[in-house]
Design a binder for this molecule. Structure first.
Ligand code: ADP
Ligand code: MG
Length: 396
């Protein structure tokens, strides 16, 4: 899929409407993690450097089409201004009089933030009238919110259909990384899918077995695959009603020539708490009163060997219950191996997912991955092979 970037657009003297994701965590009026704000800085600065005037469109929380003062974006003005090092103005509505006036008063070198797009019911309905009212405020549309691209909303799709449109820097970086991982990857490609449940990642597994050379299954969902092969997993987290589905995935993998890798040994414990006594046993030898909480050392060795023989890695889901020590060992070790191979230039590594990003950060490996997607739902839908409406709307 081809899309334009900021470099393809004439921004000089133009008002650029920029869809961003600044849905940051807030406690008592203070931004507790400004990562999402930091990530839009290059796009905003590049627009200004090209002589454009950035006008930011964003949602915050779930006001469901109502004006909810507690979800006003005005509270983000100081954090935005701080991150950008620029004056940030605010308009109390993303359309109509307040927005028009604020745009007309905006000076070069200033940024304008418009009020929460989801204060309008038309936003989530991709309402034409709302899209047109937003589009009327500017001359160019820039989408820098990959994390909102799985939703066909007025500010992500409708407006792109009206104005000349392009991807912002963050969106472009994300698309490039994802394309490198699954679009036209260097082979062999290995995917790691872990986490708690098969049921939440069915479409993901179904798509990956048709695209990757190796699929390493870890975490709680590996237990379901062990059950599917008639193995007793004791008190482990496992979805016994998904055993048939797991067998179907195994069969589909076989047809597609995808090698499925399940743990050969596992770490078991009787209690799910920090420092609980644990043992390493073969994957088919979980005691009936114990739970599988991590992959074992032989499995980690096998995973490392597969990483070493791969050119591309895509990772979603931890290999064990990484939040609690010592059940983070396999995830940490595999993450460290992937990070080292990436640093050596031998592996392209892309990872995403809420808990996955937390696990890779905890392992100290995230900084060395080729790309870490913070897009959550959009990343998963993309991995599932779905077309993201916000991206499709940008394609030239
Ligand atoms: P992501 O958010 O990256 O998509 P998931 O939410 O699917 O990842 O999975 C993460 C969760 O899976 C973590 O809370 C982790 O504790 C849990 N998990 C991993 N392995 C096991 C296991 N063997 N038993 C129970 N829970 C597990
Ligand atoms: Mg999760």
């Amino acid at each position: 899929m081809a899309w334009k970037t900021l470099d393809d657009m004439d921004l000089n003297g133009k008002v650029a409407l920029v869809r961003v994701d600044i849905n940051v965590p807030i406690e008592e009026g203070q931004v507790t993690d400004d990562t999402r704000i930091q990530k839009i800085v290059p796009t905003v600065k590049d627009i200004i450097a090209a002589g454009g005037k950035p006008v930011l469109l964003a949602h915050f929380g779930r006001p469901k089409g109502q004006v909810v003062p507690a979800l006003s974006l005005e509270m983000l003005v100081p954090a935005l201004s701080n991150a950008l090092g620029l004056p940030v103005k605010f308009a109390s509505n993303c359309i109509g009089g307040p927005a028009k006036t604020a745009v007309s008063e905006l000076k070069t070198g200033e940024v304008l933030l418009l009020e929460n797009t989801r204060f309008h019911a038309g936003e989530e309905k991709n309402d034409r009238e709302l899209s047109a009212s937003m589009a009327a405020l500017g001359e160019v549309y820039v989408n820098d919110a990959f994390s909102a691209a799985h939703r066909a909303h007025a500010s992500t799709v409708g407006i792109a259909e009206i104005l000349p449109s392009c991807a912002g820097r963050l969106m472009a970086a994300e698309l490039k990384a994802l394309e490198a991982a699954l679009g036209a990857p260097e082979r062999p490609v290995t995917a790691v899918v872990g986490g708690a449940k098969v049921s939440t990642k069915l479409e993901l597994l179904g798509n990956l077995v048709t695209k990757v050379d190796n699929l390493i299954i870890g975490g709680g969902m590996a237990n379901t695959f062990l059950v599917a092969q008639g193995i007793d997993v004791g008190k482990s987290l496992a979805e016994h009603d998904m055993a048939e589905t797991a067998r179907e995935i195994l069969a589909k993998a076989k047809d597609s020539g995808c090698v499925i890798v399940l743990p050969s040994d596992v770490v078991v414990a009787r209690e799910f708490k920090a420092g609980a006594a644990s043992d390493v046993v073969a994957a088919d030898a979980c005691p009936s009163d114990a739970m599988i909480l991590d992959a074992g050392p032989k499995s980690v060795e096998q995973v490392s060997a597969i990483f070493e023989a791969s050119k591309t890695l895509i990772w979603n889901g931890p290999l064990g219950a990484f939040e609690i020590e010592p059940f983070d060992v396999a995830t940490n070790a595999a993450a460290a191996r992937a990070a080292a191979l990436t640093v050596e230039g031998k592996l392209i590594s892309v990872a995403g997912g809420g808990d996955t990003v937390a696990a890779l950060n905890k392992a100290g490996a995230a900084k060395d991955f080729t790309y870490i997607s913070t897009a959550g739902g959009a990343f998963l839908e993309w991995m599932e092979g779905k077309e993201l409406p916000g991206v499709a709307a940008l394609s030239a």
